[in-house]
Design a protein around this ligand. Structure first.
Ligand code: FAD
Length: 479
């Protein structure tokens, strides 16, 4: 079957990959001139990469890891020491580590928490462990039920004091969802903690060895095109044109640079665009259908990604760091963490600014000024002393609507990949799958769409489709 997919983010590309495995012919239509959506990256005039987001991969990403293996590129992930590192704002320039020993889960994570006395008191550790007990025993079902609470509400229901949320979980919430614990659904943190507690290497972090566009997305495109599929850039979906019965007749694609609009016909159609774009171009007659009405409950959250090049090395730490700054979220010195960005003499800090709602409309200069003021607290010797490092250049990448905003109650609005329209499917990390708004969630959603198409329209079942890493049956909320 010929399947037209709008959007070449990870969900659209993964969907295309698994459709080719199932013997179908995907045509991916991407509006921009760059692959990857939220993982897109660009080279500047000096040949330096800058990205939409600082992206960390986790051991608890089974579908991403399997896909990389199937593409023969799993060696592109650079695995780091098994540890989570937090800055200590009250002691500028110092770090607190949760070192995870190489023993079976959940004892490895428990040991890392018990051994860290900088950030949690014994009373807080015990209360938190008791609070987590139902999540460990009752699994994902309990985790989904907690979507009615914000994470802060969940913590206070379990008697865990304010300090825990201010010390550890603000950093975790900002890193996972770009919002603070009082806004974020408890399901998000509990899902992540559950995976980390159940998988020995679940919380182990890896960085890609270069830009996601070249090192992750391009191999998927090569795989798809070598098997008869197509990935077309500069091909924005303008309209979903319907038959009289409400099914999709064709995609109308906007012609760019004076070229006329054109029609893309196919047997089946997939939207792998962000939820905000889909809502904007949804056909009028579909707006009466409950499945599509629910999309109104979802909206992308703003986030800003920053890149700062300095004239000297600020750190030799080869890992993701949680800044615990009110302005910033996670950051890394990419000159240490990423092979293609390596530089033994100069640092390139890549940082996520979140929550970004008050900053998204500010100028790049204002954002960088505020960032440098925060960085002086993280690197007091190199940026705050008498001989501070010089900022050579910077790039600011703003995304006003990124992953869906994971506030309480959103789970029930996340749609299944199979829509009520017979020849139309959805993919995207916002669709229902257990890995939330992440790269793993995007890949899994694309795979679930391809699997649903393969089941409904069998061409042939390939081995990689048979080894699909499905969510466990206990997860009632997954497709
Ligand atoms: C700053 C930042 C940091 C992040 N950090 C991490 C991390 O550390 N770990 C992690 O796992 N995840 C992280 N994420 C989340 C992750 O990047 C996303 O969940 C994932 O990439 C989403 O993929 P997607 O394919 O679902 O959507 P998208 O990437 O949004 O893809 C949608 C695609 O549709 C295209 N499109 C839009 N309109 C049209 C149209 N009209 N016609 C055709 N195409 C169209 C877009 O251009 C885009 O390519 C981060 C995201 C950001 C922004």
């Amino acid at each position: 079957m010929r399947v037209a997919i709008a959007g070449a983010g990870l969900a659209g590309l993964a969907c295309a990959k698994y459709l080719t495995d199932a013997g179908h012919t995907p045509i991916v239509l991407e509006s921009r001139d760059v692959l990857g959506g939220l993982v897109a990256a660009w080279k500047d005039k000096d040949g330096d990469w800058y990205e939409t987001g600082l992206h960390a991969f986790f051991g608890a990403y089974p579908n991403m890891l399997q896909m990389l293996k199937e593409l023969g590129i799993e060696d592109r992930l650079q695995w780091k020491e098994h540890t989570l590192i937090f800055n200590q704002p009250e002691k500028p320039g110092t770090l607190s580590r949760f070192d995870v020993p190489d023993i079976p889960a959940p004892f490895n994570v428990i040991a890392s928490i018990l051994r860290n006395n900088d950030m949690l008191t014994w009373e807080q550790k015990i209360r938190f462990a008791i609070g987590l007990f139902p999540a460990v025993v009752r699994g994902q079902k309990y985790v989904e039920q907690m979507d009615k609470y914000s994470f802060l509400e969940w913590l206070s229901r379990h008697g865990v004091g304010e300090r825990v949320s201010s010390d550890v979980f603000i950093a975790a919430c900002k890193a996972l969802t770009f919002i603070n614990p009082e806004e974020v659904s408890a399901t998000i943190l509990l899902t992540a903690l559950n995976r980390f507690l159940q998988e020995r290497y679940g919380s182990k972090i890896a960085f890609l060895d270069g830009s996601p566009t070249e090192r992750l997305c391009q191999p998927i495109v090569d795989y798809v095109t070598q098997r008869g599929g197509e990935v077309r850039l500069n091909a924005p979906l303008k309209e979903i044109v319907l038959n009289d019965d409400g099914s999709v007749k064709h995609f109308a694609i906007r012609g760019l640079n004076g070229a006329p609009d054109y029609i893309e016909t196919a047997d089946l159609f997939v939207s792998a665009m962000s939820v905000d774009v889909l809502k904007a171009i949804l056909p009028t007659s579909w707006k009466k259908i409950e499945y599509f009405q629910k999309l109104d409950g979802l909206e992308g959250v703003p986030v800003i990604n920053l890149h700062l090049w300095f004239d000297r090395k600020l750190t030799d730490i080869d890992q993701l760091l949680f800044s615990r700054s009110p302005l910033l979220s996670v950051y890394a010195d990419m000159s240490n963490t990423c092979r293609e960005y390596a530089n033994p003499d100069r640092s390139m800090l890549e940082l996520v600014l979140a929550p970004a709602k008050d900053w998204i409309d500010k100028s790049d200069e204002e954002i960088i000024k505020a960032t440098i003021a925060e960085l002086k607290k993280l690197f007091p010797e190199d940026l705050g002393g008498e001989n501070p490092a010089t900022l050579l250049k910077y790039h600011v990448v703003k995304t006003p609507k990124s992953v869906y905003k994971a506030t309480p109650g959103r789970q029930e609005y996340r749609p299944a990949q199979v829509s009520p329209i017979g020849n139309f499917y959805l993919s995207g990390s916002y669709t229902m799958q257990r890995y939330l708004g992440s790269m793993e969630g995007a890949v899994l959603s694309g795979k679930l769409t391809a699997q649903a198409i393969a089941e409904a329209h069998s061409a042939f079942q390939s081995s990689s489709m048979q080894t699909l890493t499905r969510p466990p049956a206990t997860n009632a909320a997954t497709a």
